[in-house]
Ligand binder design. Structure first.
Ligand code: NAD
Length: 421
């Protein structure tokens, strides 16, 4: 398990399982059904031989876990990182099942990963790793089976390679085999911004509950990759005051608000937020503990734990990253009255627009960006209110409410299909 401080609390899988167990118990699910829903449908391990630029042959480990196909094809990202483990992928695959159910889209959950260090690989090496990984899992993916998407350290280019490899094997172009593709290759307008936009839509709904205006609302964002930078840009444009951002190299902080367009320009050149002249420098973990109205972790897992949850001062926690908070930290945040928008709701904008991309590819008819954004807003707002209402009715926090709602929906589909009969 990796945390930013290197401490050990619960792994992504253990965190998912702990929350699942609480929610399943509250739903009073049959023990057999509980066990079925907790267990992945399929786990694939591949060992990928790749010729490196040096001419040397290396073997990389890759995983694809398909947690559920009860409500439709499984859906989920592929991440590249030296710390990827099967356990982490298993946890994230299950989270995808619950996330798709929370926003009520017709997918199950999956996740994939390759143990590699993308910083140390050339484009050619990355391409060969990606193509061989795709070939190894080819029988188990496809528009009707399992649809990969980008995640940490993978991007539109990675998806183009997967789509091309898949298409070469089936002998025709299948754009719906992956989502998060370049727009010129069947990608959807608005997909790149979708996760950050979804975080903003969810935060907007929380502000409405508290009667706050965007202009009075300070935001700190940890992580300045796809999710963090898009959330920063969109929230800045909408009137929020972004007072701190960080990336793996460090952070910058300015209580008067950061000039996000200038920061985006700076990052284009320097590849990091560190050293931006419009703010003071601050550490990755320290930034989480500053006075703010909204805290938006958008980097990596397990950054809010029992060790620092007491010191989180935000009123609203919008979880852009997957699994940024551990279950022991949940309890502390709940007692302290922090309004948590859990990851399976807050960052579901990405998979929602991935769903729109899959629909558009299958129709061969593409929507204008305004329509994508409007439909995203519609689903996110509905999901936000479903979760909050579910929590109020069942007297549980938003995290457990999101799990209960999702598990209830998946269990209902399973019962209707009769898999469980
Ligand atoms: P990314 O690789 O584009 O960016 C990650 C960012 O986090 C980078 O800026 C990196 O420097 C920073 N970072 C990494 N470790 C850090 C640390 N210890 N402290 C501060 N910053 C750190 O990844 P992404 O696609 O933006 O994904 C970020 C998170 O959001 C992940 O948890 C991912 O699973 C989740 N997520 C992404 C999407 C999506 O559509 N991209 C959708 C749902 C969830």
């Amino acid at each position: 398990m990796s945390t930013v401080e290197g401490e050990s609390e619960l792994s992504v899988y253990e965190s998912m399982a702990a929350r699942f167990d609480v929610a399943a118990q509250k739903l009073n699910l049959d023990p057999g059904l509980t066990n079925y829903l907790r267990t992945p449908n399929r786990e694939i391990i591949v060992h990928i031989p790749v010729i490196m630029d040096s001419g040397k042959l290396e073997v990389f480990d890759g995983y694809r876990v398909q947690h559920s196909i009860a409500r439709g094809p499984s859906k989920g990202g592929v991440r590249y990182s030296p710390t990827v483990t099967l356990d982490e992928i298993r946890g994230l695959a299950a989270e995808m099942t619950w996330k798709c159910a929370v926003v009520n889209i017709p997918f199950g959950g999956a996740k994939g990963g390759i143990v590699c260090d993308p910083q140390r690989l050339s484009q050619g090496e990355l391409e060969r790793i990606t193509r061989r990984y795709t070939a190894e899992i080819l029988d188990y993916i496809g528009p009707e089976r399992d649809v990969p998407a980008p995640d940490m350290n993978t991007n539109e280019q990675t998806m183009a390679w997967i789509m091309d490899t898949y298409s070469m094997h089936v002998r025709h172009t299948v754009t719906a085999s992956v989502t998060g593709k370049p727009v010129d290759l069947g990608g959807s307008l608005g997909r790149r911004q979708a996760t950050g936009r979804g975080c903003m839509i969810a935060t907007d709904q929380a502000l409405k509950r508290f009667g706050r205006q965007r202009e009075q609302t300070r935001v700190i964002i940890q992580g300045f990759g796809n999710v963090g930078s898009q959330a920063a840009r969109l929230m800045y444009e909408a009137g929020y005051k972004i007072i701190g951002v960080s990336d793996i190299n460090g952070g910058i902080f300015n209580t008067h608000g950061l000039d996000i367009p200038a920061l985006l320009e700076f990052v284009k050149e320097s590849k990091t937020v560190k050293g931006f002249p419009g703010g003071e420098s601050i550490g990755n973990m320290e930034i989480l503990e500053q006075e703010t109205d909204v805290l938006l972790p958008a980097a990596t897992e397990s950054v809010i734990t029992s060790k620092n949850a007491e010191r989180i001062k935000a009123r609203i926690l919008t979880e852009g990253a997957n699994s940024p908070t551990t279950p022991p930290a949940d309890d502390i945040l709940f007692e302290r009255g922090v309004f948590v928008i859990p990851d399976i709701l807050a960052n579901a904008g990405g998979v929602t627009v991935s769903y729109f991309e899959w629909v558009q590819d299958r129709q061969g008819y593409f929507w204008p960006e305004g329509m994508v954004n409007e439909r995203l807003k519609h689903l996110m707002v509905a999901a936000f209110h479903d979760v909050v209402r579910y929590g109020e009715q069942n007297n549980v926090n938003n995290r457990i409410a999101a799990y209960m709602l999702a598990i209830d929906r998946v269990a209902f589909s399973v019962k209707l299909r009769g898999i469980y009969a």
